[in-house]
Design a protein around this ligand. Structure first.
Ligand SMILES: [Mg+2]
Length: 374
């Protein structure tokens, strides 16, 4: 059995109206997606997506002719490539999808088979007024989501805190409230500094007053000492790690007791082989493992299979902020968008692999030479 071809294509979905993502200083007028297809000599194709595969072309020969089933070997090579070039983990996801098809097993079974489903939380992505955010949060509760995540980053902190007060009052305990402070990393064009420890502590105290369940990325990703100290100073759970690039950094975060909630994204960091091990280590340490999924539906499915099949989580991120961010936009490359059921559950397909069916017509229409938001 051999890998005979790896195809990488870039796509851009035009966004009209634009999506004003709270963590981006530029409104998004297009949504990029890079699709990776890996084909074996018997005509099967595995699919992955999630990062732009920067610098991969020079290393494709390390995979062509190899047995696709050597997943540990492929993950080790991709780990080396991620040091020398970009994060090429979408190929690892495509290989798991392919090997699942070869073996006739869904990926959630291959990683452990603990369960085939998880509840999802509604992850909002825009800055709205307190009244508008309350309407959306109540809509999320109606849709069955057991938790709602809101975003900080308005020009005035008091405006962020007013949204927390309004939404926590309106939810009245019917769903958990999560707050993403988005201080861990910035878009390339955004030079604003992250919060200091004192600012993060002040916010944590306010969030605790409103019963917020977790506070995400309150400090820069490298501030290990600050995260550990903040964790000891508040009852609010400290979450983070979504953009952390290398797998060893997560083990350092664990050793230093930095986080209550670990959020690596399997299509950004580590792939299935490495994050499967990390998920068990996080659970062993008594912390939560619930990946970042803000990307497209293929990344959401990969993180769902990984988490449901290994350690489970109280809930998994589900990017959702209608009408700005809809499942139709997020999953434009799929024939069927990934949806939650009426009780807020996401269920893995029992088809072999990840059960991905690409919308080839839409992919042809959106083909592009560009792979980023720029
Ligand atoms: Mg986040």
């Amino acid at each position: 059995m051999q890998i005979v071809d790896i195809q990488i294509t870039h796509h851009q979905l035009p966004l009209d109206p634009p999506f004003p993502a709270s963590w981006d200083t530029q409104p998004r007028r297009r949504f990029p997606a890079t699709i990776v297809r890996v084909r074996d000599n018997e005509g099967r194709t595995g699919v992955g997506s999630g990062d732009a595969m920067v610098g991969f072309a020079d290393y494709a020969s390390l995979f062509i002719g190899q047995d696709p089933r050597l997943l540990e070997r492929h993950a080790a090579v991709l780990d080396n490539i991620s040091f020398h070039a970009g994060r090429c983990w979408p190929l690892e996801i495509a290989l798991w999808d392919l090997v699942g098809q070869i073996e006739g097993r869904p990926v959630w079974q291959k990683v452990g088979g603990r369960a085939d489903r998880l509840q999802a939380y509604a992850s909002l992505g825009t800055h709205r007024t307190p009244a508008e955010t309350v309407v959306l949060a109540l809509q999320a509760v109606e849709a069955g989501f057991p938790a709602v995540k809101i975003r900080f980053g308005r020009p005035l902190l008091e405006d962020d805190l007013a949204v927390v007060a309004a939404v926590s009052g309106a939810l009245a305990g019917r769903a958990r409230l999560l707050v993403d402070c988005n201080q861990g990393w910035r878009m390339p064009w955004d030079t604003q500094k992250p919060w200091s420890y004192a600012q993060a502590l002040e916010v944590a105290q306010e969030l605790a007053r409103h019963g917020v369940y977790w506070m995400e990325e309150p400090l820069h990703r490298a501030d290990y000492a600050g995260m550990a100290k903040l964790r000891g100073a508040t009852t609010v759970k400290i979450a983070g790690g979504e953009g952390t690039r290398e797998i060893y950094e997560f083990y350092t975060l664990l050793e230093r007791g930095c986080l209550d909630v670990y959020q690596p994204d399997v299509v950004w960091t580590g792939g299935m082989v490495q994050l499967r091990q990390l998920a068990f280590a996080v659970a062993e340490a008594g912390s939560l493992f619930t990946p970042h999924t803000w990307g497209n539906g293929i990344g959401l499915l990969a993180n769902l299979h990984l988490t449901a099949g290994t350690v489970g989580a109280p809930f998994l991120e589900f990017p959702w902020d209608p009408p700005f961010w809809t499942v139709a936009r997020r999953d434009f490359m799929l024939v069927e968008a990934v949806e939650v059921d009426q009780a807020g559950w996401l269920t893995c397909s029992h088809a072999p692999g990840l059960g991905i069916v690409l919308d080839e017509e839409q992919l042809a229409r959106t083909l592009s030479g560009r792979s980023t938001y720029q």
